[in-house]
Every structure is written in C-alpha cells, then in structure tokens.
Design a protein around this ligand. Structure first.
Ligand SMILES: NC(=O)c1ccc[n+]([C@@H]2O[C@H](COP(=O)([O-])OP(=O)(O)OC[C@H]3O[C@@H](n4cnc5c(N)ncnc54)[C@H](O)[C@@H]3O)[C@@H](O)[C@H]2O)c1
Length: 345
C-alpha cells in the first residue's frame, strides 16, 4: 500500500571510500526530496572530505553513533561487502530505511538474517544497489523483451570486465569482496533475474584463472572467470567477469530470442562518437571505469531510493531477488572452487 508523500528524507551515509564518495556527491547535489545530513567512517581523512567537500557537519566515527542520530531517516551503506548483512540488520533494528551497496550478503544465512529483520519492520524500505536497472540501455533492452520483440528468450550473455588495475586496488579489495562472481557478476546475475522475471536456476558450472594477479591466490580469488547457468524454460546464460580488460570498462549484455536479439555495451563504451585516424591506427577513446559508464544510473538509482521511501514502497520483491542473486553467486563460487556442477532443488 502506498503512503502519503513524507517530507524530505534525511540520509546518513556509512562508508566514504571509492563508491561512498560517489554516492555522497549524488545525494548531496543531485537528488530531489532527500538530503544528505550525516556521514560515518572510521577514517578521519574521509570524514574531513565530507566536511570540506560537501559541507556535512554531522560526522561520526562509527555507524552506531550515526544510527543513534534521531534526525537520520535513512542509512546509505557503502561499506565493505563482508559488513553488509550485519549493518543492514543494525539499521533495520534502529528503524531506519536502508540502501546497501551490492551484494546483499556473502552467504544465504546472512541473507536470511536480513530478511528476518526486514519482516519485523514492514514499513521500512530496503534497497540493494543494482544500478544497471537504472541505465537507459538496459532499460531499453528490457522494454523490447517485455514487448515481445525478441520472441521467446533462450540465451543471455553478460560481461563485466574491469580495466587492468595498476595500483593494486583489486588485490587489496579481494579478501572482503566475496570473490569475482559475488563482487562483479552479481550485477549480471541481477540483470538475468530482472530480464527473465525471476527465472529459477537449474544448474551452474564455472571456470576461472589468475592471469594477471597471482597474489589473488592468498584469498582463493581469480581475475578472469566464466560461469554458465541453465535457467528453467531452457534459458541458457553465460557470465564473464574479469579484472583484465585492455580497453577499459566493459559492461555488456546480449539477449537472443526466437524472433530477434539485442546487445549493448559489447567491446566497451566509446567516450565519443568521433574516431581519430593517425599513424595507421584508428583511435577511439573508451570509458575506463564504471563511475563514468554508470554516472547517470547512479543518480537515478539514488532518486529511486528516495522516491521509494517517500512513497512508502518497501521494495521487498527486490530484496528477495537480491537474495536469489546471492544464491546464484554462491553457487558459482562453489562450482569454481570445487570444480563441479552445482544443481538447485
Ligand atoms: N555498484 C557498483 O558498481 C559498485 C562499485 C564499487 C563498489 N561497490 C560496493 O561498494 C562497497 C564498498 O566498496 P568500495 O570500493 O567503496 O570500498 P572502499 O574500500 O573504497 O570503501 C569502503 C569504505 O567503508 C569504510 N569502512 C570500513 N569499515 C567500516 C566500518 N566498520 N564502519 C563504517 N565504515 C567503514 C571505509 O573507511 C571506506 O570509507 C562494496 O560492497 C562494493 O561491492 C559497488
């Protein structure tokens, strides 16, 4: 049931690292009906950044202090993945609306704890940050599919390729990320669930290698991997993820149906429609990272959360889909680590 529009949603952000700063700028400057009033980070320099860059005055060292702030209506989590479940539960227990970066959690037990806590707060909005759902190209692909243009969908191919990292961030980030599938492919798994209206997975197989970052062995992660998922109704989906892209960010999707197919983002995204030819070469600058590729989608995502809170939309169906995405991501990891085909009941 929809509620009357409430007043401005007062948001407190937790985590002001790589993506937290991006979200904080959007929340402070680019959404209507919401206001970024507080931030929490254990890192003094990050709190100082929020004070000087965004003029935020309520800055806390811990999330607990931010949750105790009665003025905060909604908590925006941009913290390491291994903290997500506990922090969502704590925010729900404090009666706050919650946005949390992807993935929802790293295990099904953690997902269950979040769902139980959400059940106890039936009027509270919980949203997980799958911003591809707010990207115009993905929205158009979904529109064509729903319109029947493709006929019966039988094939999906998704790729999430990160540009080669020369400063060691991926290796540092890996131990708390859940591994390549739960960190990167989780977006594409969500896309697959969205495109297929929640098709049930039947089986998963996966293979991966460490092609460029041998240090990932310490946390059993890989930098290049592919998983194959057979969904019900004979929908075959493949998911390719890597940290080894030579052409910058590639976030792509190919859908094949009995009548037509659509694709987006294959080969990466040019930054300009102009190609430059020089020295027997054709130069086409490409988008380097997901911040640039999804700049607009992150803003629309933030607006969607604020609107959901104001409209009393708890987004429970999406929370269940986020749980289902984790289930498939966990199965991919298991298939990769144990070199076996994982089947679902
Ligand atoms: N939507 C996307 O495409 C996308 C892209 C990048 C990252 N992410 C997700 O965002 C999350 C954060 O990733 P990141 O790259 O910004 O990592 P990061 O390491 O750059 O930032 C993590 C932040 O959390 C803070 N932090 C650490 N422990 C904390 C605690 N106990 N309480 C409060 N704050 C704490 C750190 O100070 C830092 O500000 C991850 O879950 C990641 O999966 C999503």
């Amino acid at each position: 049931m929809r509620h009357e529009m409430s007043n401005t949603v007062k948001v407190g952000i937790v985590g002001l690292g790589r993506i937290g700063k991006n979200h904080a700028r959007n929340l402070a400057r680019r959404v209507r009906g919401g206001e970024l009033i507080a931030g929490a980070s254990p890192v003094a320099a990050e709190r100082e950044w929020a004070r000087t860059e965004l003029g935020i005055t309520k800055l806390y060292e811990t999330m607990g202090d931010l949750l105790a702030d009665k003025e905060v209506d909604a908590v925006w989590l941009a913290t390491p993945t291994s903290f997500h479940a506990d922090q969502i539960v704590a925010a729900l227990e404090a009666g706050k609306h919650v946005f949390c970066e992807k993935p929802l959690a790293l295990t099904l037990e953690e997902c269950k704890r979040v769902l139980n806590a959400a059940e106890k707060q039936p009027n509270v909005t919980v949203m997980v940050g799958f911003m591809r759902r707010y990207d115009p190209a993905y929205v158009e692909a979904k529109r064509r599919l729903d319109n029947g243009d493709l006929g019966k969908l039988f094939r999906l191919h998704c790729a999430s390729l990160d540009a080669i990292d020369t400063n060691g961030f991926f290796v540092q980030f890996a131990p708390t990320s859940g591994g390549l599938f739960l960190d990167c492919s989780i977006h594409d798994i969500d896309v697959a669930l969205w495109m297929t209206n929640g098709a049930k997975p039947v089986s998963v197989s996966a293979t991966g290698i460490r092609a460029m970052y041998p240090d990932l062995a310490a946390c059993h992660d890989v930098d290049t991997a592919t998983a194959t998922v057979l969904f019900e109704n004979d929908i075959l989906a493949t998911f390719h993820a890597s940290r080894t892209s030579h052409h910058g960010d590639e976030t792509s999707l190919q859908l094949v149906g009995t009548q037509s197919s659509v694709s987006l983002g294959v080969g990466g995204t040019p930054t300009s429609e102009v190609n430059v030819q020089k020295g027997n070469a054709n130069h086409c600058a490409m988008v380097v990272d997901f911040f640039a590729r999804f700049e607009q989608a992150f803003v629309v995502e933030a607006q969607a959360f604020i609107d959901a809170v104001r409209n009393g939309d708890t987004m429970r169906d999406r929370l269940l889909e986020a749980r289902d995405a984790t289930r498939i991501g966990v199965a991919m990891r298991e298939a990769l680590e144990q070199k076996k085909i994982v089947t679902f009941e």
